[in-house]
Design a protein around this ligand. Structure first.
Ligand code: PEP
Length: 253
């Protein structure tokens, strides 16, 4: 069975003090939970301090982005080795804000996923359709293309390091959550696609998180869907009570 995996994406929020408090308070609030894998992804500049606040906790550290080159003249970028050096285990790749605000392409995202895995990081590959694509009935086609291109060239062994986060763009930060039925339909479709691309065994092992205005109120319903294996949480992960509540709710299911 897939162990639920809940990750918090702090985006460009917090400051040094707030990041450390958030991490320490969360660590205290979920210290008894061992049936859910938990990660938080702070802004780069607070990774180091957050790692210290989480040391000897059951919460892993993740980054929100990475660059695929190992070092060199890439001003403003951060390598996989640098992320590992500050204690990251996970890295979010291809978040919709990076795709649609920063213009990242599937090709770039694929390079990042491949290099992250080779470096020993666990990528969380984000996919998801825009509102107009959903309304035009293109959800499956868009998500299929993003999954295929994002995972291109990865062996069966390597792909097992990946978590896929299905995040309908129209639900991110908007307060509009996909219904559990809408989430389950796309998650099921992604799992079938993984079975076609790899094998039934790989498809059964890969975690598929839902992201998009997930909050305490809708956690139980989303997490009860058979193909929803976890959540990628933005806004609600900035509030200890909400995020810890979502983790505890999941642990009780
Ligand atoms: C996200 O940042 O990946 C996200 C899902 O944000 P929110 O939960 O705020 O919609």
């Amino acid at each position: 069975m897939r162990k639920p995996f809940i990750a918090g994406n702090w985006k460009m929020n917090t400051n040094g003090q707030a990041a450390v408090s958030l991490a320490s308070e969360l660590a205290e609030a979920v210290k008894e939970i061992d049936t859910v894998d938990i990660a938080v992804c702070p802004p780069f500049v607070y990774l180091h301090d957050t790692a210290r606040a989480l040391s000897s906790s059951n919460i892993s550290l993740g980054a929100q982005n990475v660059y695929y080159q190992p070092d060199g003249a890439f001003t403003g970028e951060t390598s996989c080795e640098m992320l590992k050096d500050v204690g990251c285990q996970y890295v979010i790749i291809g978040h919709s804000e990076r795709r649609h605000v920063m213009g990242e392409t599937d090709d770039l995202i694929n390079k990042k996923v491949a290099v992250a895995i080779s470096s020993g990081l666990l990528p969380i590959l984000c996919v998801g359709e825009l509102l107009e694509q959903r309304e035009a009935g293109q959800t499956d086609a868009v998500v299929t293309e993003q999954v295929k291109k994002g995972l291109a060239g990865l062996s069966e062994e390597k792909v097992l390091a990946v978590t896929i986060a299905y995040e309908p763009v129209w639900a991110i930060g908007t307060g509009k959550t996909a219904t559990s039925q809408q989430a389950q339909e796309v998650h099921r479709m992604i799992r079938k696609l993984l079975a076609e691309m790899y094998s039934d065994s790989v498809a059964a092992q890969i975690h598929i998180q839902y992201g998009g205005s997930a909050k305490p109120d809708n956690t139980a319903e989303l997490m009860s869907c058979p193909d929803v294996d976890g959540l990628l949480v933005g806004g609600a992960s900035l509030k200890v009570k909400d995020f810890a509540g979502m983790i505890v709710t999941t642990a009780k299911l």
